[in-house]
Write a protein that binds this ligand. Structure first.
Ligand SMILES: [Zn+2]
Length: 201
């Protein structure tokens, strides 16, 4: 049996989503087909709205609705510390710990030679630009505890330490090879608290 073309199209779109295989796509599509029209419309509207209203913060490259993201717009934040992360979702995970009151910088990825991702593909230049006015005294590197994250941390430390800025790396204790977003708040909080100077090599 072939799907009616509109259903086939929906399945095709759903299967492009991360973590959604053919079975999940079919389950979602069937749910939508039998759902109230208003429910399906709300979902469609929320997708369109998020694409229309959310952009990258021009300072830290987190997601933002206004001119600046919520963190950059918050005047109570300690602007002498910046925590470098790979993705916007890491900002959410780290901020939830309540252990860090500085600002963030989202690289939008990590260095991965295998995937052809070098520093020029990341927001590294923008980070260095943020450091030059001299207000920032500590850079906390909170990239993921996997090969790409460690490579990125080392690269950044080598780049930033000569500028006379303290560079720290969040403590180990996070599951190696994992993603920050999957660590619980207590573990992440401890990792932030136990951050150490990156040794000069
Ligand atoms: Zn921002």
């Amino acid at each position: 049996m072939r799907y009616a073309p509109p259903i086939a199209r929906l399945l095709e779109e759903l299967e492009r989503l991360p973590g959604i295989g053919p079975k999940s796509a079919q389950r979602i599509a069937y749910w939508l087909l039998t759902a109230e029209t208003a429910d399906a419309q709300r979902l469609a509207d929320s997708i369109v709205e998020v694409k229309r209203t959310i952009h990258f913060c021009p300072v830290c490259f987190n997601f933002a609705e206004g001119d600046l993201c919520e963190v950059c717009a918050d005047s109570r934040r300690d602007r002498t510390k910046v925590c470098v992360v790979e993705e916007p979702r890491d900002v959410v995970a780290l901020d939830r710990t309540g252990e860090f009151y500085g600002t963030y910088h989202v690289l939008q990825g990590a260095i991965s030679p295998i995937d052809g991702v070098g520093p020029e593909r990341l927001r590294v230049r923008e980070l260095i630009d943020r450091l030059s006015p001299g207000e920032i005294t500590e850079v906390v590197i909170a990239t993921n505890p996997n090969v790409e994250g460690e490579t990125t941390a080392l690269y950044l430390a080598r780049l930033i330490k000569p500028l006379g800025i303290k560079v720290t790396r969040i403590a180990s204790g996070l599951p190696v090879g994992g993603d920050l977003e999957y660590a619980d708040e207590v573990t992440l909080g401890r990792a932030l608290e136990g951050r150490r100077d990156v040794a000069r090599d």
